[in-house]
Design a protein around this ligand. Sequence first.
Ligand SMILES: Cc1cc2nc3c(=O)[nH]c(=O)nc-3n(C[C@H](O)[C@H](O)[C@H](O)COP(=O)(O)O)c2cc1C
Length: 324
Amino acid sequence: MKTRITELFGIEHPVIQGGMHYVGFAEMAAAVSNAGGLGIITGLTQGSAEKLAREIARCREMTDKPFGVNLTFLPSVTPPDYPGLIKAIIEGGVKVVETAGNNPAKYLPALKEHGIKVIHKCTSVRHSLKAEAIGCDAVSVDGFECGGHPGEDDVGNWVLLPRAAEELKIPFVASGGVANGKQLAAALCMGADGVNMGTRFIATVEAPVHENVKQAIVAATELDTRLIMRPLRNTERVLNNAAVERLLEKERTKGKDLKFEDIIEEVAGVYPKIMKDGDMDAGGWSCGQVVGLIHDIPTCKELIEGMVREAEDIIRGRLQRLVA
Ligand SMILES: Cc1cc2nc3c(=O)[nH]c(=O)nc-3n(C[C@H](O)[C@H](O)[C@H](O)COP(=O)(O)O)c2cc1C
């Protein structure tokens, strides 16, 4: 399958693995890239520019295919060393950066100067147009069903993707809710040039997370995610668990007076406890409604090749027959 996204990133299949805190290590990114997709290392998980440089080098030892690095820009009291992280990306010879969160305009010139392609993750058409205007090469359009931060507009991909197609000139991928080849074909029908997946890639053989996380994903249904931090306008879609129930109860009782400090126990420092230790009630962790479509733990190669095959069969078979 050749699309503007496979051409832009020099990859075989139009399938991207989005940055994921405490999941996007070198093992994850290399497995996806070796399978012909675009694997992405999560920059902030590394904690420092030196560690990111080492992780990039480790990934390069595991694959000779293109891979990317995610840079998430969030408001923070002590901001991460973004210039240092960008230096590590440039010096590490990485050719793709996935940005997310705040406007990445400030960092684009340094990336562009070194021929790095930038795909910005957006949850709305207006943010996608802004990304196009500031010079991003592509966008990842994240619908309301996505795992992680869906924004505050609550528009699902069934409307968001065709709306993006109406307005955008740069290529975009469908992100949020994707797990199979039917959806890859549908995304292409709606104007996308590929897909980006988070949750689906956690339940793979190579994902460097505790087995409990993979089993929790396989066991969950599409009814098992919750939206937390809505009152703080920092909405996150997470898998429900005891800590999330506790957090939501605090949101109900505190109402408009809720402060971040009230829920810090349920959200701060949670990822290593979940992803490394497999303590599934440690707190809220990002997970999409797509868990309802995940029933197995394939290798990344089986997953990506299976999706592409399924999409091609639908396009050549069922869709062709409908118009023949
Ligand atoms: C566990 C987890 C952690 C994530 N961490 C990040 C992150 O640090 N930065 C980011 O830009 N997106 C993050 N995401 C969002 C994904 O990159 C992707 O956009 C999203 O998962 C797509 O929705 P899906 O899960 O329905 O496939 C995370 C998602 C998950 C499931």
